[in-house]
Design a protein around this ligand. Structure first.
Ligand code: SF4
Length: 190
């Protein structure tokens, strides 16, 4: 539930100073979510990588470039969506964040979701799928919509997966087209 007087700016200020888990010890910068706080679509990835850690912004490296290109291809302007991660600090060596790290950081993500209240939450990859919906196989479920606790989720692959397997680029593009179609059906502006 949204707390009175809570705001995206407040969450960002807390995130950049947060020392609640050990990831604060190895980070250069914490990486709060970024984008339109009135967005209809919210994208949730796993964790910041090296470029994000250096710049303090999500999805600014190779995976971010792939996401940007895909959004452009389906006619979505990045500045009109909101993009964040399950954990806000880079795990050393880009390892998958532990369950404890995800649990500790979850409060920020829940507050972001609550304030933005997006029409559709687009889950990027397995870690976000597992953390938000308890799922495991993203490839087996990508392209699907899931309704849970009054929220509508959409599942797709993480753009970083395309760096290692270019065949997934088409999968991501197809899924983004599905997402855009659903937004239009819901008469949601994007
Ligand atoms: S990952 Fe989250 S909980 Fe851990 S230090 Fe960073 S902002 Fe705080």
């Amino acid at each position: 539930m949204e707390m009175p007087n809570d705001s995206i700016e407040k969450i960002h200020a807390e995130v950049i100073n947060c020392k609640s888990c050990d990831l604060c010890k190895s980070r250069t910068n914490a990486v709060p979510g970024d984008g339109d706080s009135k967005a209809s679509i919210m994208f949730i990835g796993e964790a910041p990588g090296r470029n994000e850690d250096e710049k303090g912004r999500p999805f600014v490296g190779m995976a971010g470039k792939i996401l940007d290109e895909t959004l452009t291809k389906v006619g979505v302007i990045r500045s009109r969506v909101y993009i964040t991660n399950v954990v806000k600090c880079r795990p050393p060596g880009n390892r998958v964040p532990t369950e404890e790290e995800r649990r500790t950081c979850k409060n920020y993500l829940e507050r972001e979701i609550s304030i933005i209240s997006p029409k559709i939450i687009c889950i990027l990859g397995r870690t976000a799928y597992q953390s938000l919906l308890g799922g495991s196989s993203i490839l087996g479920n990508r392209g699907k919509f899931i309704q849970k606790d009054n929220r509508l989720y959409f599942l797709t692959v993480h753009p970083a997966a395309i760096i290692y397997n270019n065949k997934l680029r088409k999968v991501l593009e197809e899924d983004m087209e599905t997402l855009v179609k659903e937004c239009r059906r819901l008469q949601t502006s994007i």
